[in-house]
Design a protein around this ligand. Structure first.
Ligand SMILES: CC(C)(COP(=O)(O)OP(=O)(O)OC[C@H]1O[C@@H](n2cnc3c(N)ncnc32)[C@H](O)[C@@H]1OP(=O)(O)O)[C@@H](O)C(=O)NCCC(=O)NCCS
Length: 325
């Protein structure tokens, strides 16, 4: 299936339009959506849309809600979801069609769709102070954080909380390769990640997963529950900081949700290389985490405090811990 009509709509200028959703777009819809999302100056990360629309990304539940007028796309909201966790990737209505109720109608339709499919929580970021904040507040989203000009917003459905998303037993968690299917669950884990360490490697999923495909020395593992919820992640990336020809050097980043700490060992074992030098950056005040790595042979090699700002007492005391295997 590519395009599915949902309903007819009368917009604020009295003209009628058609609202529908595109799932797994075929060649014709790939072309139309790429043209729409790339031609306009404002949509975020146009290369990202092109990538997602034209590559096979198994396991990713991507939906493009569109408003059509005379066959032309006049608005599009792109969402992805997985394991009952949803994300709004982009919302865009061209200038000439704004304030006609297009985005509002699209939002209502996609809210009903997600909730009807058992969605638990959906979140995204938007530019702080953008008109989009009002749009999302109207359909029940709340701003939960604000930093560097971005606002994080979320909405909980069917009385779910983050506690429900991260409920379960550590013994049930298993290690698997990170795949596209983990995109949204990974975003949820990062969204709720509690700071007990310094994380140099958390970043763009798209970049990470492409790096993984390109470099055979890189590992990216997921600690998951049977229904696809992600409760831990570990990335091992080669880097040249150590600089010895015969010794491959890596940086490790490992995070497990506090409820599932019992699965940390499994994730660690599956991610560590057989040989090489491995470094991890840890907040030295996180005693439990530091102890975990010391017990497994890591030693403090240097502290980054002076590299950041030793005059600022709020700067975390980051230690670089390493071991040679
Ligand atoms: C934000 C955007 C999607 C709104 O699209 P739209 O089709 O014009 O929105 P609607 O006409 O459906 O308006 C729905 C609600 O959004 C809010 N809204 C829309 N435009 C607004 C504006 N310029 N100022 C303040 N609120 C605004 C209002 O609450 C409005 O409800 P109301 O008309 O009952 O007051 C559109 O302006 C846009 O594409 N902007 C650039 C891209 C962007 O900022 N995307 C969001 C990034 S996540």
């Amino acid at each position: 299936m590519s395009y599915h009509k949902m309903k007819d709509v009368v917009l604020k200028d009295g003209q009628s339009a058609e609202l529908g959703v595109v799932i797994a777009p075929g060649a014709d819809w790939q072309k139309r959506l790429c043209a729409y999302l790339n031609a306009t100056p404002e949509p975020e990360g146009s290369h990202f849309h092109r990538f997602l629309l034209t590559q096979d990304v198994p396991g990713l539940e991507a939906r493009y809600f569109v408003m059509l007028r005379g066959g032309e796309i006049t608005g599009c909201i792109f969402t992805t979801d997985g394991a009952s966790v949803g994300y709004i990737n982009s919302t865009f209505v061209p200038r000439t069609f704004r304030q006609l109720g297009i985005a509002g109608n699209l939002m209502e339709a996609l809210e009903a769709d997600f909730s009807g499919r058992g969605g638990k929580v959906r979140f995204f970021t938007t530019r702080t102070g953008s008109p989009a904040e009002k749009l999302f507040e109207k359909v029940g989203y709340q701003a939960v954080w604000e930093r560097s000009g971005r606002t994080g917003m979320e909405k909980h459905y069917n009385q779910s909380t983050w506690e429900d998303v991260f409920s379960g037993e550590a013994e049930d968690a298993q290690v698997e390769e990170m795949t596209w299917a983990h995109w949204n669950p990974h975003r949820a884990l990062m969204w709720t990640r509690e700071g007990d360490a310094y994380h140099p490697l958390v970043g763009n999923f798209l970049t990470r997963i492409q790096e993984c495909a390109a470099q055979d020395q890189m590992r990216w593992k997921a600690l998951t529950l049977l229904d696809g919820r992600l409760v831990g992640t570990a990335v091992l990336r080669p880097h040249d900081r150590w600089g010895k020809e015969d010794l491959v050097s890596y940086v490790l980043d490992l995070y497990v949700h506090p409820r599932f700490r019992g699965g940390t060992e499994r994730l660690f074992e599956a991610t560590m290389p057989d040989a090489g030098h491995v470094q991890i950056f840890l907040d030295r005040s996180s005693k439990e985490t530091v102890a975990f790595f010391l017990e497994r042979g890591f030693r403090l090699e240097t502290s980054l405090r002076d590299d950041f700002n030793h005059h600022d007492p709020t700067t975390p005391d980051i230690g670089v811990y390493g071991q040679t295997l």
